[in-house]
Design a protein around this ligand. Structure first.
Ligand code: UGA
Length: 440
């Protein structure tokens, strides 16, 4: 089968990975973004973010000549399928999603749509957005049509999730148009479909809701276990054992039941807030009122770590040396958007502590938003002289720290395990004062 001609508009995390992944399937792909610096990097084969496996994929596809990047929207004109993959951050003035990038990309694309072209939304949007954009398309570019094809990729597994997703979801128009859109998307994803990956076709609103409800469910699952951690803290129970035990029930499942400092990143936090805001607009705010509580539980876990740090110094951290291990919102990522780790480091600084923050990949991204923090790329140097170690991102190298050796590096063997990723028995045996979240 010959590849198709695709454009991907928006070359951030989602778009850049999507563009390179689609090229690897044999399609001819042009990635378009308004950010010239990003386009230059991508064209040179340099990833603008840390993602395992992405650099190799990018280089191979550029080399094969199937992938190119540009700031010129006119380059989209020859494509049959256009993926909209721009960001939908939280609005600066509220909790809803900021759709200005989606709207701008969509409008810029309109004059370049050829007959039979398919515009495919991948961005996470408030329910109702696809129908609104489709109405514009019907009026201003009736030769083309729209589909909504949400993305479920996780940072750290982005390439794998794009090429082998758990499922494909297509939101399409009713009738013949929808069938045609479905056939085109089936051609784009032919190899995944041939591998038996489930593909579900539905209306626009359902497709949009699938995405936000999946993230809302995941956030709820994490806050559920973190709520149990709060109860465990006052009862002497161990939330990690509780999670293992309930996780064996196949209806519950162990994944996403890791209690700790909670969820961060560019998706879960802003998506649940945008969902609440949209539901309120639609008059069904009560139906998802629990998401406000999910958000509150999540934020309380950061308070708890700060509280434990204060306890470690009898209530006053002023001038005390604290090593913060981790800045990224999760391991295998350099993303610090809404990162619990970075938030905790900053709060300790505000309380007067002498914080040294380290991370294997996220120091540069953290420095861009918070240049005032003291960063130390070398783990040993960060640990040296610390009176308290706080682990807030469970990178493999932190999980594998040797408690006895680490004890020799610090000034005082006190540790707060904000991700419950260390073995309390081993650390205590090596002389450490160990505190986890929701475990004795
Ligand atoms: C999330 C979803 O998992 C993806 O399916 C979705 O496509 C993506 O958002 C998106 O909307 O684009 P991601 O933000 O990459 O993906 O990160 P997750 O792996 O979901 O982790 C989110 C946060 O939850 C991290 O801070 C992680 O540390 C935390 N977490 C995760 C826990 O605190 N406990 C857990 O058990 C699992």
């Amino acid at each position: 089968m010959d590849g198709m001609r695709l454009s991907v508009i928006g070359c951030g995390y989602l778009g850049a990975v999507h563009a390179a992944s689609m090229a690897s399937l044999g399609h001819e792909v042009v990635g378009i973004d308004v950010d010239a610096a990003k386009i230059e990097k991508l064209s040179d084969g340099r990833a603008p973010f840390f993602e395992p496996g992405f650099d190799e994929l990018l280089a191979a596809q550029l080399e094969a000549g199937r992938l190119s990047f540009t700031t010129d929207m006119a380059a989209a004109a020859s494509a049959e399928v256009h993926f909209l993959a721009v960001g939908t951050p939280q609005r600066p003035d509220g909790e809803g999603a900021d759709l200005r990038y989606v709207d701008a990309a969509f409008e810029a694309l309109l004059p370049h749509l050829r007959r039979g072209a398919l515009v495919v939304g991948k961005s996470t949007v408030p329910v109702g957005t696809a129908a609104r954009l489709d109405a514009v398309l019907q009026e201003q570019a009736p030769q083309a049509q729209l589909a909504w094809n949400p993305e479920f990729l996780r940072e750290g597994f982005a390439v794998e999730d794009t090429l082998r997703p758990d499922r494909l979801v297509y939101g399409v128009r009713p009738g013949d148009d929808g069938q045609r859109a479905t056939a085109m998307l089936d051609e784009v994803y032919a190899s995944a479909i041939a591998d038996g990956i489930p593909r579900l076709v539905m209306d626009f609103a359902t497709a949009e809701l699938v995405k936000v409800s999946a993230n809302a469910f995941l956030a709820t699952k994490i806050s559920f276990i973190n709520a149990m951690a709060e109860v465990a803290e006052v009862t002497g129970a161990d939330v990690t054992k509780l999670a293992d035990a309930i996780g064996y029930d196949a209806r519950i499942g162990r994944r996403f039941l890791n209690a700790g400092v909670g969820f961060g990143g560019g998706c879960l936090p802003k998506d649940i807030r945008a969902f609440s805001a949209r539901a309120e607009e639609l008059g069904v705010g009560q139906s998802v009122a629990f998401l406000r509580e999910v958000d509150r539980i999540n934020l309380r876990r950061r308070d708890r770590v700060v509280e434990l740090a204060l306890e470690a110094f009898d209530g006053d951290v002023t001038g005390r040396r604290i090593a913060v291990l981790g800045l990224a919102f999760k391991p295998d990522s350099d993303d610090v958007r809404d990162s619990p780790a970075l938030d905790i480091a900053r709060r300790l600084v505000r309380l007067g502590a002498d914080v040294v923050a380290t991370d294997p990949e996220a120091i540069e991204t953290a420095r861009r938003v918070h240049p005032e923090l003291h960063y130390e790329p070398d783990l040993d140097a960060a640990l040296s002289g610390a009176e308290l170690v706080v682990v807030v991102t469970e990178w493999k190298r932190y999980r594998e720290l040797d408690p006895a050796e680490t004890a020799l590096e610090v000034a005082r063997p006190w540790i707060i395990d904000g991700r419950n990723c260390l073995d309390p028995v081993r650390w205590r045996e090596a002389g450490w004062s160990y505190r986890g979240l929701g475990r004795p």
